[in-house]
Design a protein around this ligand. Sequence first.
Ligand SMILES: [Zn+2]
Length: 483
Amino acid sequence: MRFCAAVFALALSVMPSTGHSQASSDAKKDAVTRVEKQRAELVGLSERVWELAETALNEEQSAKVLADYAEQRGFAVQRGVAGLPTAFVASYGQGRPVIAIMGEYDALPGISQKASAVKEAFQEGAGGHGCGHNLFGAASLGAAVAIKELLAAGTLKGTVRFLGTPAEESIGGKIYMIREGIFKDVDAVLVWHPGDETKVDYEGAQANLQFFVEFKGRTAHAAADPWNGRSAADAIEAFTHGLNLLREHVKPTVRIHYTVQRAGDVPNVIPDYARILTWVRDSKRAGVDDVFARVQEIARGAALVAGVEHSLTIQTGYSDTNILESGLKLLHANLTWLGEPAYTAEEQAFARELQKVTGKEEKGMVATLVPLKPIAADPPGGSTDVGDVSWVAPTLHFSVATAPKGVPWHAWPVVASSRMSIGQKGMMLAASVLAATAVDLFSDASALDGIRKEWRQKTQGVTYRWLVPDGPPKTWPSRSGHN
Ligand SMILES: [Zn+2]
């Protein structure tokens, strides 16, 4: 409730000063009120999804709790879209504009953690929300519900869609949804992401390519007749050696990482099968393509060295981000208007404890809005399938602090924070920013037109291509049951 009061105090005192009519300002305040009214429900949804901690394509229950909430709130819900059982679209309204708000809800494998500053699994061996996607989905849905209510009241006109986008951490659910044509009639897309600071996304994300290399050799007894064997594990060694030599001769923006998924079971059997999942990233798609061409040769060479066969299968590939300056300004204005959450002494102590145990500077929560900066030439390390969406529809992206500054991401401290009030305060702010920005897009035709015009200019001559294989996603279950 403290945050609720803070939001209203700010909402009344710092109205955006440029180009917004009184009607639009009133609608924005109304939207924020409608987000705040859902506080208990959104916290509840985020906690339920946190407990479920379902990984990419396994988010059956998580997708269900979110889709059920959308249905209860009056949306028409289509479940299992794009051939993905855990993807869904919740729609309300009719006609233009069509504004989509995206939510994610997949967890990461093997990082289960209690809501505590001491490293301890919530459920041994289970997944955990080390990227805060439990907050992500709930906040985005809360914003969509607020907009739906304004459409129902006749305050706004058009269509709002909540897109339940699964499997962001691998596979790339959004890419399958693009392939299905789900973004075809969308005028603009709004999306946020949990983070350790609050800022509009002027940096973007890296393009990547995720692929399996399989080696097939000939098995034999490793001591009785090793000369009859051709080891697939040898090929893995040659392949990774080649990749690690390649590292010296790529641009500093390139990232290469891999995980060996199969390489035999026991030392006294020469393995006839091995498989490695490799990711290549760079600032732009073209950079990834260059490195990938060289990696394909390394795979061929590794097979030759070991005297085995090889095959390469692309699992998915994410695009870099098409960032819109007009979108950044609009988001930044709403983030400025809403202000930052206030944290209690207890919350700051918890944040500092997490920083202390992970060897980071004990700054506590740093939620001050980062000033608007020019669009970065190279993004920081990391990728998202939001990048793909940004090439098929104008996409506005920002992050809100939900975890203490500097704590390791995709790791247990973020799992803990995502179930704590510090994470939930960020979630509520994100929902308000999404709702307020959506009101701008619905009610200010010049704002939406400006964004669409910039997007058309930036996509002119660019042919977007998805990199997912035909048919359903290509996965193999690993030993732990995760992909
Ligand atoms: Zn994430």
